[in-house]
Ligand binder design. Structure first.
Ligand code: NAD
Length: 338
């Protein structure tokens, strides 16, 4: 079937987008995906080799802050939907170099949604003919809500309290999208997701680092006391939640996506070592390489998502739990690092 709709999907040479694109192309034979990605250090086109030959996939290297480029893509491809992944995403980098986080995450999101508004709408609350169904979906993080104590969960009405330059820039971009819905009547959806893991994640992130260091026989670095808790979600479960929210979410709404899989960093390191001890045994256990290092500045203690809204309103649920998803993940990295 020939495609009938072109969607601009940003930042898909990165971790989540490169899992999303093959899934989405397979699910929806009538979509063409235009992937706008700057290919920063975090983008890797090898992640998308499997869709290279797909005639419904177009790659454009460029910056989401480049207004002229974004405008030309909307026109050239008759873009009728945006799913916006592109971002600077690593908290440690945001502590060292916050400026680029503001530039990409705040100004980039503004550029994209402003071009979408001007392309799709005549004036506030009035759509150009034929553009009535166009939607802007912004991908965000649970880190905008700040940190939790031992109890409690983030819901969609938890007040924003971002603590790092990364989460502050994401919170700002969420607010811009919110404003375009309320001021101009744009058809928007925001999803705030917990920590993802799975194939194709950049080497710098926690789980690939644990696996890589373990296999290299090096120290496996764990920040502070290792008790920081994140709510881990297998990346394909996130992609399925985005798909549902993009197609069935209510305009102007936010949906939290989380796996109800709270695990602390030390548990994760031990679990990965246990799997490696089975899949790639050596004379001593990988556990012996675990080493505590100085904590990250301002390290949030605990994040955990209440996913009730997306579960009950859209019928989403996570298919993997951490213990099933992490085995698939370790197997994938074993193939990569060997
Ligand atoms: P990533 O860092 O792996 O990939 C980001 C991609 O964006 C890269 O391909 C990079 O080249 C591209 N990019 C960066 N700046 C750009 C620019 N100015 N113009 C165009 N492209 C640019 O990120 P990820 O982990 O795949 O995260 C994707 C989105 O999901 C982000 O918005 C992030 O905030 C959000 N998110 C991630 C997680 C997670 O656990 N990874 C959790 C919740 C939300």
């Amino acid at each position: 079937m020939p495609y009938t709709k072109s969607i601009l999907v940003t930042g898909c040479a990165g971790f989540i987008g490169s899992n999303f694109v093959p899934y989405f192309l397979e699910q929806y034979p009538h979509y063409r995906i235009v992937n706008l990605d700057l290919l920063t250090y975090a983008g890797n086109l090898d992640n998308l080799a499997e869709v290279d030959d797909n005639e419904r996939y177009v790659f454009v290297q460029g910056d989401i802050c480049d207004r002229a480029l974004v405008e030309s893509l909307f026109e050239q491809y008759a873009i009728c939907g945006v799913i916006h992944f592109a971002a600077e995403s690593h908290v440690d980098n945001s502590i060292k170099n916050p400026g680029v986080f503001v530039e990409t995450n705040v100004n980039g999101t503004f550029t994209l949604i402003d071009v979408a508004y001007k392309t799709w709408m005549e004036k506030p609350f009035v759509w150009k003919e034929g553009y009535e169904a166009c939607r802007f979906h912004h991908i965000s993080t649970d880190e905008v809500y700040g940190t939790l104590g031992e109890e409690g969960l983030f819901t969609e009405s938890t007040p924003y309290a971002p603590n790092s330059p990364y989460s502050a820039s994401k919170a700002s971009s969420d607010m811009i999208v919110r404003a375009y819905h309320h001021t101009y009547g744009m058809n928007t959806v925001v999803t705030n997701c917990s920590n993802n893991y799975g194939p194709k994640q950049h080497d710098e992130k926690l789980i690939p680092t644990i696996i890589r260091k373990a296999l290299a026989g090096q120290k496996i670095p764990i920040y502070g006391d290792g008790k920081n808790i994140r709510d881990w979600l297998y990346v394909l479960d996130h992609c399925k939640g985005i798909d549902l929210a993009y197609h069935e979410g209510i305009s102007g709404e936010t949906y939290n996506i989380g796996g109800r899989n709270e695990r602390n960093n030390l548990y994760i390191a031990h679990k990965i070592c246990e799997i490696l001890d089975t899949l790639k045994p050596k004379a001593t256990s990988y556990q012996e390489q675990i080493a505590f290092v100085e904590d990250r500045a301002g390290h949030d203690r605990r994040y955990a998502i209440d996913a009730t809204k997306i579960e009950t309103k859209l019928g989403w649920s996570a298919e993997e739990n951490f213990e099933s998803g992490i085995v698939k993940t370790v197997e994938w990295y074993l193939r990569k690092y060997n």
